[in-house]
Design a protein around this ligand. Structure first.
Ligand SMILES: *Cc1c(COP(=O)(O)O)cnc(C)c1O
Length: 378
């Protein structure tokens, strides 16, 4: 069994995928060109924002946002403690200070309450200026922007939606990657909408920010690439990836997002029935839609989690621990042992989470195999 079966997806889409790749090869237009422009228009329309600017990967997309906002030394940027490294890395890379905030135990997403506490603490300490919050749509579920916005507004924080895992998700019918002042996504192959290599995108409704993003991704260009008015990046989405993404976006919008939600529903009903309270299943709050980058359960403790994972592996069922370590314990950030910001939910999640095989092409039989193996392991 595959954790995320990209080969099966390719086999289903093979004819259009092969044509798309060959068209780019035959055109000899390998950089930019109509495929990239068309894709950007399609993505902006799907998400429901004014501007989509593609770039080289999801980490660059976040870095571009940091550069647009001029995040630098002395700035505090609030980041969930439970996320992929990039969400905080880009803050440090820009010269700012990431302040790690605890997450909600049910949704895995940044807690608005913990955010407010952290902002107050930073203000009281008086060393850093609160500037922005990175709200991550973890495992496909949009962060609770309805709760986060009032806190951001109260303290004058810019909101960056890290939708690397969230593309396709919704809150009350509004799409992920539309909730931030700037929002970003990643097209890394295993993300909800992935390409065949690296790719990313930045979304915004703000015309001024969009113009800056366009400039930053092309070496800080002014009137053209050889007129450079600021320090930028070289961060393009490859044309061949744009062609691939046009095919994949269509499948994603036509049926993959629906199908992955059917898989999730089936998982949840089967696991509830066969395991009862032995595991905690993912929680999708009322009005929210997940794009299921991961289907993540919580076990009783670390020993149980590790033994269940080993037993699944013996049966040929892959599973992953996202994430093993809270951000505030990552060596790269060089933070003191007693961090000072309460991140106890994250500490617990790192010991207990387990992500199961999940993708839109999973069959009922696959789901049953995983459920039976889990039951036996427990
Ligand atoms: C994958 C991921 C990124 C980075 O995306 P890349 O395209 O790999 O650079 C950023 N944030 C989160 C939450 C991610 O999962």
């Amino acid at each position: 069994m595959q954790f995320r079966d990209l080969k099966k997806q390719y086999n289903v889409l093979k004819k259009e995928m092969d044509e798309a790749m060959i068209d780019v090869a035959a055109s000899s237009q390998y950089i930019n060109g109509p495929w990239v422009r068309e894709l950007e228009a399609q993505l902006a329309e799907y998400v429901g924002v004014k501007h989509c600017i593609t770039c080289a990967n999801g980490t660059d997309a976040l870095s571009i946002a940091m550069m647009v906002w001029g995040i630098s030394e002395g700035d505090a940027v609030f980041v969930p403690d439970f996320t992929f490294f990039s969400s905080g890395e880009v803050v440090s890379l820009a010269g700012g200070t990431p302040v790690f905030v605890d997450v909600d135990k049910d949704t895995f997403n940044i807690s608005a309450e913990s955010l407010e506490k952290a902002v107050i603490k930073v203000k009281e300490e008086g060393k850093l200026t609160p500037k922005a919050v990175v709200a991550v749509d973890l495992f496909g579920l949009p962060a609770d922007f309805n709760a986060l916005r009032p806190v951001a507004e109260k303290y004058g924080l810019l909101v960056l939606e890290d939708g690397a895992q969230g593309f396709g998700g919704e809150i009350n019918g509004k799409k992920a990657c539309s909730f931030g002042d700037i929002s970003t996504t990643s097209f890394f192959p295993a993300k909800p909408l992935g390409c065949y290599g690296d790719g990313g995108a930045v979304f915004t409704d703000d015309d001024e920010a969009a113009a800056l993003i366009q400039s930053i991704r092309v070496h800080g260009k002014g009137s053209n690439k050889y007129d450079n008015v600021r320090i930028g990046l070289n961060s393009r989405l490859d044309t061949i990836q744009a062609a691939i993404l046009q095919v994949k976006l269509k499948a994603f919008a036509d049926y993959e997002l629906d199908d992955v939600n059917k898989v999730a529903d089936k998982y949840t009903s089967i696991l509830k029935e066969s395991l009862g309270d032995a595991v905690k299943l993912p929680v999708i709050p009322e009005g929210f839609l997940s794009s299921w980058a991961q289907y993540t359960i919580q076990l009783k403790d670390r020993a149980t989690r590790d033994s269940v994972q080993a037993k699944l592996k013996d049966k040929g069922i892959p599973s992953m621990v996202y994430y093993q370590k809270p951000m505030h314990k990552q060596q790269a950030f060089n933070l003191p042992e007693d961090y000072g910001f309460d991140c106890s939910n994250t500490d617990e999640l790192c010991d207990t989470v387990l992500s199961l095989p999940m993708h839109p092409y999973m069959t009922d039989e696959d789901i049953k195999t995983v459920a039976d193996a889990l039951k036996e392991a427990l």
